[in-house]
Design a protein around this ligand. Sequence first.
Ligand SMILES: N[C@@H](CCC(=O)N[C@@H](CS)C(=O)NCC(=O)O)C(=O)O
Length: 336
Amino acid sequence: MKKIFGIVALAVVFAAQSASAQTLKSVKDRGSLNCGSNGTLAGFGLPDAQGKWTGLDVDYCKALAAAVLGDPNKVKFVPLSAKDRFTALQSGEVDVLARNTTWTSSRDTSLGLNFAGVNYYDGQGFMVRKALKVNSALELAGASVCVQQGTTTELNLSDYFRAHNMQVKTVTFATANEAVKAYDAGRCDAYTTDASGLYAERLRLANADDHIVLPEIISKEPLGPAVRHGDDQWFDIAKWTLFALINAEELGMTQKNADEMLSSTNPDIKRFVGTEGNYGEQLGLPKDWAVQIVKAVGNYGEVFDRNVGANSPLKIERGLNKLWSKGGIVYAPPVR
Ligand SMILES: N[C@@H](CCC(=O)N[C@@H](CS)C(=O)NCC(=O)O)C(=O)O
């Protein structure tokens, strides 16, 4: 019985995999990309009252739709909770998951995901009320901490306190909204999440100035878009969409000058914009796939500044997210 069940389960896995090896075709046939997003996180994924979505992850999906369909607006954004996001990708409800998701080994392996790379290098931090008079996370022994279920945040929190022999009262919530509300209402001494999320959630507090972010960053949270196992072509397209954003910044190509680059004689730019070679075709995409991406959302630096950086309400420093050539660790392989 056990054996039969195993064989059936295996057949289901194979069926799902061969079905999923068609992602490019199904996106083209459908004429739109299904993108699993965060629906409540400013800077990453958030619709406004008119249903217009913005964010770093939202722009990644727009870039992917521009590369595949020639139109950044052909995206259906599916808001997903931390807990439900992986099932939505595994089941085929979405073609790609771009939802401030940390790349970890178990997600990459047993959850059956392929991460396209990192679109934001993050780390976990804590926020407390100034009135608590705490200047370091190491002074949080015995504290109650509000945290969201189904996240790496929840796991790191317990590791950190255990590693420092401190007690913690973890108070978990299904959504960030509930966790932040509870913290704001005084139900917890601290709120913990990715540092980028702290910047975003601070904007929602009744009196943002009454709170401080503690200096400790207790984990590595490389956030990136992911696709399902079993479709190498789609995985390549997901990776090269991200790499195109990064390479465009390195090549000095912007949303404004993208068209002018078509007449460039620089060989790196010629390959990138498709006036030399057939690199787009090798991906299963049009020649000008990268031009479409940059015309749609700009280069990585422009996407960063507009959504989370200097030109956004979050005003996050580029830091680690600067290009490798400018003192950061953002690096993409070349088109050639
Ligand atoms: N990067 C972490 C955390 C991701 C996460 O879900 N963070 C929360 C707190 S910033 C969030 O985005 N919540 C949005 C929501 O629940 O609407 C992970 O991949 O597990």
